[in-house]
Design a protein around this ligand. Structure first.
Ligand code: AMP
Length: 394
């Protein structure tokens, strides 16, 4: 029996799970939030026990120390030797990492160097990898990149219509994100349909606080809605998705903003469902407000649905067909009304949702028997996918 930790470090957070492998049983999970800010929060859940406390945690290295102290104090593991594998989610793998990689000092340095592509994430992830390597030198460690699944995209879909030298000189191109999730749900969809993954055209809709749509053809990502960074694509909780770049200088002038990073921060943090509705970035709040007659909340919902529909249309064109449309992540898995609203607007492609089957949050084919395109609900499990990658690379 061996225990594998799946680690997901963000700019100010660290999510973790401890999974018994190969049985795939989740033994414990938790989260450190507000790292580097005051009143950081630590939470840990295992069996029937829930632990939560607030304390200042100045950086990710200290967060890892506290995590191991807590695991020992509450006897979640008898000894650190039991942890034989660790998988780290990494946001940007650039063109370098086409697959998950065994973590070496060189890989950690490369992840840090790719910080230019994900300044809020990669540097923190490199720190966390180093911290784990020091504390668990015996464990097999793997880096699992959000971008790897999309490295199969053809140039026609990842090259921007900019001077070509910018790609050659600076690797300015589309990379996409959420690869672990798109890979997991597209493979699972093929299993559920009982058809070879390598022969299917699948559109995967990962609709969470961050959202992205991917065209998966013959088992490979061929196009995806996020871009150079996770800001592009569909409308998200706080992110704009696609907009006309000329709006930046126009709005900076109107708002008296001189630092372009401040403007980009608005596109990342104050836009999307939050910006349109003025209510919240959380879909449940927006749905509730719309239900109470809030027109801007209703508009936010309509725009969200519309942008996903447009990407579905694009990807039917990109693949010249579609066999299945998959929904996953917080909104995709849980909001039957959003799924129905999206699919009911694209029935021309041969989709037809069955309202009764769609009334679920579980793994299920939710299209009608008459439908030519299967619509499938699949709760994503990025942590399990990470743990499987660690096992595979051991
Ligand atoms: P994620 O980033 O995958 O955790 O997804 C978070 C998003 O899922 C938030 O916008 C939540 O409001 C949304 N969400 C979670 N449960 C539901 C639900 N039952 N109905 C609608 N949206 C939901």
């Amino acid at each position: 029996m061996s225990k594998t930790m799946a680690i997901n470090a963000g700019s100010s957070s660290l999510k973790f799970q401890i999974i018994e492998m190969p049985e795939e049983i989740v033994l414990a999970k938790g989260l450190v939030e507000r790292i580097g800010l005051n009143d950081s929060k630590f939470s840990l859940e295992f069996g029937d026990t829930e632990i939560e406390f607030t304390q200042d945690i100045p950086d990710h290295d200290v967060a890892v120390t506290i995590l191991f102290d807590q695991l020992a104090e509450h006897k979640v593991v008898d000894s650190l030797e039991e942890i034989t594998g660790v998988g780290h989610r990494v946001v940007a793998g650039g063109e370098l990492f086409k697959e998950s990689a065994v973590v070496t000092d060189e890989v950690i340095q490369q992840v840090a160097d790719l910080g230019e592509f994900a300044p809020l994430h990669n540097p923190a992830e490199a720190v966390v990898m180093r911290a784990f390597k020091e504390r668990l030198p015996h464990a097999s460690m793997a880096a699992i990149f959000d971008t790897s699944f999309h490295t199969t995209m053809p140039a026609v879909n990842y090259i921007y219509s900019l001077p070509y030298e910018y790609y050659e000189d600076f690797q300015a191109r589309k990379y996409g994100a959420h690869g672990t999730s798109h890979a997991y749900v597209s493979r699972r969809a093929a299993e559920m349909l009982g058809k070879p993954y390598e022969e299917l055209k699948i559109i995967t809709c990962h609709l969470g606080n961050g959202a992205s749509i991917t065209a998966v053809q013959n088992g490979k990502s061929v196009d995806t809605s996020m871009g150079f960074t996770p800001l592009a694509g569909v409308t998200m909780g706080t992110r704009t998705g696609d907009i006309d770049a000329s709006l930046l200088p126009f709005l900076m002038d109107k708002l008296g903003i001189t630092d372009v990073n401040e403007m980009v921060n608005i596109l990342n943090k104050k836009s999307g469902l939050l910006g349109i509705s003025g209510v919240s970035s959380d879909m449940r709040d927006v749905e509730n407000a719309a239900g109470e007659g809030n027109e801007r909340a209703q508009l936010a919902l309509d725009i969200f649905v519309n942008r996903v529909q447009k990407y579905i249309g694009q990807y039917v064109a990109v693949m010249n067909g579609v066999d299945a449309i998959v929904f996953t992540a917080g909104i995709g898995e849980n909001s039957a009304t959003t799924r129905a609203a999206i699919i009911n607007g694209v029935t021309t492609f041969g989709c037809d949702i069955d309202p009764e089957r769609n009334n679920t949050r579980k793994e299920a084919i939710v299209s009608s028997d008459a439908a030519k395109v299967a619509v499938i609900n699949i709760p994503t499990d990025e942590e399990m996918e990470i743990a499987r990658e660690v096992e595979r690379l051991k």
